[in-house]
Write a protein that binds this ligand. Structure first.
Ligand code: DGT
Ligand code: CA
Ligand code: ZN
Length: 579
């Protein structure tokens, strides 16, 4: 069965390919398909069950999209996509992830230099061949070289951003989970540990009918090519070249298998060492006493950890960086979880130029999620195209007043997402700023400043009494734009000193503060965090989950996350800085 998420994915691929073919993101058809993707994602019914004429009645879906959706549902592929993939293969499409390489430049690289992959581009740079192209110089060549290294684009060894991998993994897990033959199913590997990028998707299934599971798996619409099929392990590639491995184990071995395939490798090595010290053998089948042959534990991860004298270790912590010692001495951190989060303090609506759902819908969705409080944080006036003037803020506040009466159980704050200038200033003036209940100041522009200037301007923003939090701290877009160069320690210290929270942005493209920087905060006393969704659409409140996973990777404890607090306590935190 083809789901709406499958359809959205193929349409997104069509959009990416069309941008290449047309040489511009502004092309009319590109915009039309983008609208259609949004419509499919939020469709309450399964598009696969609808006729072409029913689909055309959905706002946002036109005649040509409707026919492509039907073609995909009926045949498992879209001929236009297949045709465009031949012109622009996946390795060539990867080049568009490099900042500064628009579709026109990528086509020019191929036509003039025969460069159509990251590996070939790296070679062309080594040969100094880029400089000869129109509009390119030594400087832009150097910039591209740096970007390739910092993005971790390595041709065959390329890593996929979590935002691309997670929906695919969830789709496969959901589909396998509905099969009669399947008892348990779990994605493992770096994805379960919630790394920002992953090399491949590892899925473990518990079943007594492995062959049946594999037959169903390779028949799934997202499978483009089967690269190995057996009863215990099958590997496939998706259209974008992402590898998915499915392994089937006996239900009694499921815990040992997911433990092993979740890794990390370093965590596994240390666990096995601990087993050996206790005279036991640990592998992907179980924890065994080699003398008696008795399996001591294998069905659940918890049982295996317990037999090794360890508390359960959450997957995000399994990097071999001290978690096993902590689990052995009952000193694992009291990790924050999505269920602890009472509110969301970074929310947009169509009042912001880039918001996608109207204010009323955003508030209804927040209340529907059971949130106790939200802050509407539209963009500040300095963000030229998307920002709100003071008059617009006043008008939105009148709407908020009406909504407060409508949703008495939800506290609605009037906030703003401010922009940090190169000198550390923010939008509006001090009096107007004081009229907001909550402000996030974000790194939206000037990504190329050097480390000293970046650190300086963020600390200046932190010293502003109206700034309650620093938003998406490094400005990274995972797999697309590297984060800024900044002294994270110095910023965290300033944040702790002033009572300013560091945002952990739950957008899968951002996950910012990155986990490795969160780890640095562990030995700086008093750093507070706020886990936020940065929602632009009603469906994005689930980003709270992703934000919590990223926080856990950084060993962030519940007690240092301010949106675990009841509303009154949260307001005391905000007001303590202001007075
Ligand atoms: P990546 O590179 O993003 O795919 O990262 P992982 O961690 O998913 O690595 P992957 O897919 O190569 O392997 C999945 C898990 O299997 C890994 O986290 C731990 C386990 N594993 C793989 N190879 C080895 C190994 O040589 N020794 C041990 N102890 N475990 C391994
Ligand atoms: Ca993997
Ligand atoms: Zn935002």
């Amino acid at each position: 069965m083809i789901r709406n998420a499958d359809i959205a994915r193929i349409l997104q691929e069509l959009v990416d390919l069309l941008i290449m073919a047309e040489g511009s993101k502004q092309a009319f058809r590109v915009r039309a398909y983008e609208k259609a993707i949004s419509a499919v994602e939020t469709l309450p019914a399964e598009a696969a069950d609808m006729s072409a004429s029913e689909l055309e009645k959905v706002p946002g879906i036109g005649k040509s999209t409707a026919s492509k959706i039907r073609e995909y549902v009926d045949t498992g592929s879209v001929s236009r996509v297949v045709e465009l993939r031949k012109r622009f293969p996946a390795e060539m499409m990867e080049l568009t992830r490099i900042p500064g390489l628009g579709p026109k430049t990528v086509v020019m690289l191929r036509d003039q230099l025969g460069v159509a992959s990251v590996d070939q581009l790296r070679q062309a740079i080594a040969d100094d061949a880029l400089q000869s192209l129109p509009g390119m110089g030594e400087k832009s060549q150097q910039k591209i070289a740096t970007a390739i290294e910092r993005l971790g684009l390595h041709g065959k060894d390329r890593r996929t951003p979590i935002a691309d991998a997670l929906p695919i993994a969830e789709m496969v897990v959901d589909a396998l989970g509905t099969l009669e033959a399947v008892r348990r199913v779990q994605y493992c590997g770096s994805l379960r540990r919630f790394r920002a990028t992953i090399a491949d998707i590892d899925i473990v299934v518990a079943s007594n009918s492995p062959r049946q599971v594999m037959v169903e798996f390779v028949a799934m619409p997202l499978v483009e090519e089967v690269i190995g099929q057996g009863d215990t392990k099958t590997s496939v590639l998706t259209a974008t070249g992402l590898q998915i491995d499915v392994r089937v184990v006996k239900p009694s071995q499921f815990g040992a298998a997911i433990l092993y395939f979740t890794g990390s490798k370093q965590h596994n090595i240390e666990l096995r060492q601990r087993a050996i010290e206790r005279g036991l053998l640990l592998n992907e089948y179980g924890l065994e006493d080699p003398e008696t042959g008795k399996v001591e534990a294998s069905r659940t991860e918890t049982a295996i950890y317990k037999r090794l004298g360890l508390d359960f270790i959450s997957p995000e912590l399994r990097e071999g960086i001290g978690e096993i010692a902590a689990a052995g001495s009952a000193s694992l951190p009291d990790l924050v979880a999505a269920e602890d989060l009472r509110g969301d303090l970074h929310v947009h609506s169509t009042w912001s130029g880039d918001g996608r759902s109207p204010l009323d819908d955003m508030v209804r969705a927040a209340a529907g999620q059971g949130l106790e409080y939200i802050a509407m944080t539209e963009h500040g006036e300095d963000l030229a195209i998307n920002g709100l003037s003071r008059e617009q803020i006043a008008a939105e506040r009148r709407e908020l007043e009406r909504l407060r009466a409508e949703y008495p159980q939800l506290q609605i704050l009037s906030g703003s997402e401010l922009n940090i200038s190169p000198e550390g200033g923010v939008d509006y003036d001090p009096d107007f700023l004081a009229s907001f209940d909550w402000c996030v100041a974000s790194v939206h522009t000037y990504f190329d400043l050097d480390e000293a200037r970046q650190t300086d301007r963020i600390i200046k923003a932190i010293q502003n009494p109206a700034v309650s939090a620093i938003g998406h701290f490094t400005g990274r877009r995972i797999g697309h734009r590297p984060g800024i160069e900044v002294n994270a320690r110095a910023v965290f210290e300033a944040a702790a000193d002033t009572g300013t929270a560091m945002e952990i942005n739950g957008h899968l493209h951002r996950l910012d503060v990155p986990a490795d920087q969160l780890l640095l905060a562990r030995d700086i006393p008093g750093v507070k965090f706020v886990i936020s969704t940065d929602s632009h659409h009603t469906t994005e409140f689930r980003n709270l989950h992703w934000g919590a996973h990223n926080a856990r990777r950084g060993w962030v404890e519940r007690s240092s996350v301010i949106n675990t607090m009841p509303f009154a306590e949260l307001m005391s935190f905000v007001n303590a800085k202001r007075t």
